[in-house]
Design a protein around this ligand. Sequence first.
Ligand SMILES: [Zn+2]
Length: 250
Amino acid sequence: MKKRIGFSVTTGLLLLGLRLGIAEEVRGEVPRPPRFVTAEEWGSQPDPIGDDRRHTPRYVTLHHAGVVWTPDRDPVTFLRNLQAWGKRRPELEPPPRNTYWPDLPYHFLIASDGQIFAGRPVIYEPESNTQYELAGHLGVELMGNFEEQRPSQPQVESAVRLVAWLLAEHGLPVSAISTHAKVAAGQTSCPGRDFARYLEGEPAPFPEWVAQVLQGQTPQIELGPPLEGGPTQVIGTSAAESATEQAVIE
Ligand SMILES: [Zn+2]
């Protein structure tokens, strides 16, 4: 009789533990976003990065490329060119921008169609042309120039899901989300006003959307109308769209 009670108490505790464990896991689990392309899959060819560049991620910092994206461009070609250019900076760039970048300056880059490309491995600090403490920042770049064009819906949705996944993977709070302009104050308008708008105000929409993903919800991501004096064209994702835009402009 005693033995039976002992057994059932143990079983009960075990079941309770399992149940708590499962609940914990479900709450903390954020899947890697869809449309993710690993560095190996796109054919990344970085040079080795020194151990002195290793860091512990503490922030997820958002950027735009600062280069107007046209739909005739291929994201993988863009990545290859950026990576090759970084490696050749000592030959191509006058001081003080002549520092050698062995790999892409960002850890993740998001194309206008929402594809997410892995760049520099997250174990290494990023690169920048501005002055701030690079260690601790995970750089997420959206292709395009959001001073002159507007991010696309799939691009922002991918950014939200990617940032949520990164926060979960690295055990970081929603307050770890930042922007280049915030960490390098007065040095840049990156990530551009038509994207930065979602990271400003109280509460700011972007961190709210990320928080919803972390809670297992599906956020209703609604992009606002054009800002006064801001860009009006949404970044294109295909040649067909480009043709339409061209026709409207002409
Ligand atoms: Zn930036």
